[in-house]
Design a binder for this molecule. Structure first.
Ligand code: ADP
Ligand code: MG
Length: 561
């Protein structure tokens, strides 16, 4: 029974497996390693996932969901046509697809997966990810932090036993920078830092905005479908710049065709703010890990946006160290999950490793703000980036003469003021009335790898202990709900494997038909007609032949030739 590793990404997902002494990527039914994390429901209630779903999203944004990873572990739901989905269910649809494709590729059943999650995911988000696995029919015993996965993969691929890495993971909408140490089969995160709203999408937006501005339009004033089309064209030009020194950005504005040449130099100037934000995140990761760049053996590039030459150059400039690419930034996290899957399969060639978790945020209590009593201040007890499990103590005294009650708020966050942090709970206790400073309270926070926080307050004078356990339960499914959802999931009609190539070309044709006008539109219609005719013959060979031909035709249409 195979165990696979899955990088369940905000933008793209992919799977890997450990075979013959190394982790290898599992191609999807389109023979590509990356599967867009997009779900779409069509007119007939059929569920689409991956590249065809992303294609349909351009035309039917309201019937599609993407970036749902952002909402894992929250109560948010997505309504696609007449159906409602939780982020767990949408993720499950992607996972199920990857599982089925892996089974087909490996020729054996896949029952278990190791799924990677951002290091800063809290307990709710982690449990939601496990629930998604269950809903997809997968056993998920272990999750692996994305930067740990990247580091593990690099150690395994380069056959290194001991190293410190700075993992720079720049995806579609998030930037995660981590310092990870590997030693004696331990993979330990020293610090994580990030920006939850910074990624390749921001470049697309900046490019599209500057394109509109150049031609006297305002991006924000365009209708939603136009914006989507402009962003897609911007992304295409951006990706071309990975290989070429210039790219042509072409799009229609107000019925007229406009063009703009984009170079890497221009990318640097439109992305000025983006680079400044990258700098902040990198600086904080190093600082929080108490390292300087000289302590780092290698800077590892991960995530699709790390492929941008301007990003790698910028990193080299600020760090004075050349970042390395091991395999491809797109695959390194999935490969790490694949190595860990190999460990879970108990492959003999690969030694077990211990993965440690960290607490990505600071936990503390409130204390009186002498200048403004209505705004208590945060007193940190467990600092962010502590390795788990951890247990730390804070010492407090009564604040005024004769105080009889202590109300201790428990907070999570980095802000100086408690009201800007997240309140997790509260402990109320009675103390003996004494002059100020004579009642001593010992507050112990214990945070374990399951994200359970235990707070213990010990009153030395009364020799009394009060203990509270905080598990943070919102957005989770109960056992009952999980069973119900599982039954619901089984009823959903999903696209069978096979035929996705044709479906992708069809969806693309439908989009082109809507986007184009005049003779180009007629060509798109002709292509769709040929495809439909071929499909009705049910002759696979013919379908395949026509599909290739029409796909080329659409390529030409999109290239604008
Ligand atoms: P996530 O981890 O969020 O799922 P990915 O690591 O798959 O995301 O990265 C997706 C992002 O990478 C997108 O913004 C995409 O435009 C960008 N990207 C992918 N390939 C390239 C490329 N060749 N050049 C520039 N950007 C790229
Ligand atoms: Mg990623």
């Amino acid at each position: 029974m195979a165990v696979i590793g899955i990088d369940l990404g905000t933008t793209n997902s992919l799977a890997a497996v450990y075979r013959n002494g190394e982790a290898v990527l599992i191609p999807n039914a389109l023979s590509e390693p990356l599967t867009p994390s997009v779900v779409n429901v069509d007119e007939e209630g059929m569920i689409w996932t991956g590249a065809p779903a992303r294609e349909r999203q351009l035309l039917h944004p309201e019937d599609s969901a993407s970036s749902f990873k952002r909402f894992m572990g929250t109560g948010r739901s997505f309504s696609l046509r007449d159906k409602n989905f939780t982020p767990q269910e949408l993720s499950a649809l992607i996972l199920k697809r990857l599982k089925e494709e892996a089974e087909q590729y490996l020729g054996e059943p896949v029952e278990e997966a190791v799924i990677s999650v951002p290091a800063y995911f809290n307990d709710n988000q982690r449990k939601a990810t496990k629930d998604a696995g269950i809903l997809a029919g997968l056993k998920v015993e272990r999750l692996i932090n994305e930067p740990s996965a990247a580091a593990l993969a690099v150690c395994q691929i380069q056959n290194v036993e001991e190293a410190s890495y700075l993992v720079f993971d720049f995806g579609g909408g998030t930037l995660d920078v981590s310092v990870v140490d590997c030693f004696e089969n331990v993979v330990e995160i020293a610090a994580v830092s990030g920006d939850n709203h910074l990624g390749g999408n921001d470049f697309d937006l900046k490019i599209a905005e500057s394109f509109c501005e150049k031609h006297g339009f305002v991006f924000r004033e365009m209708d939603a479908l136009k914006q989507v089309a402009l962003l897609k064209a911007a992304e295409k030009a951006k990706c071309e710049l990975t290989q070429n020194s210039a790219a042509l950005y072409k799009a229609e504005l107000d019925g007229e065709e406009y063009g703009m040449f984009l170079t890497n130099q221009e990318l640097v100037s439109v992305g000025k703010d983006i680079f400044e934000r990258i700098f902040e995140v990198v600086k904080r990761a190093l600082k929080d890990s108490h390292r300087t760049i000289d302590d780092i053996d290698e800077v590892i590039l991960a995530g699709g946006s790390s492929k941008m030459p301007v990003v790698a150059l910028y990193l080299e400039e600020i760090l004075e160290k050349k970042p390395v690419v091991v395999g491809s930034p797109d695959y390194i996290v999935a490969l790490g999950a694949g190595y860990y899957a190999g460990i879970k399969e108990r492959n003999e060639e690969i030694k077990d490793v211990l993965l440690t978790d960290i607490c990505p945020f600071t936990l503390g209590t409130d204390i009186i703000n002498p200048r403004d009593r209505s705004r208590p201040l945060m007193s940190p007890i467990i600092e962010r980036n502590s390795v788990l499990p951890t247990s730390k103590c804070g010492y407090f005294m009564n604040a005024y003469d004769g105080q009889k009650n202590v109300k201790l708020g428990i907070y999570q966050g980095e802000s100086y003021y408690c009201d800007e942090n997240i309140k997790l709970g509260e402990i109320n206790m009675e103390i003996l009335p004494r002059p100020r400073g004579q009642v001593h309270l010992e507050v112990r926070f214990t945070y374990d790898i399951n994200g359970i926080l235990e707070v213990e307050v010990y009153d030395r004078l009364k020799e009394e202990r009060v203990v509270t356990v905080l598990t943070g339960g919102s957005g989770r499914l109960s056992e009952e709900e999980l069973k119900e959802r599982l039954a619901e999931m089984k009823k959903l009609k999903t696209q069978p494997i096979g035929g996705e190539r044709v479906r992708l070309v069809m969806a693309r044709g439908e989009r082109l038909f809507k986007e184009l006008t005049g003779s180009e539109r007629e060509i798109a219609a002709m292509g769709l007609k040929r495809l439909n005719e071929a499909l009705s013959t049910q002759n696979d060979q013919l379908i395949n032949h026509v599909r290739k031909e029409i796909s080329d035709l659409f390529d030409n249409l999109e290239a604008g030739s």
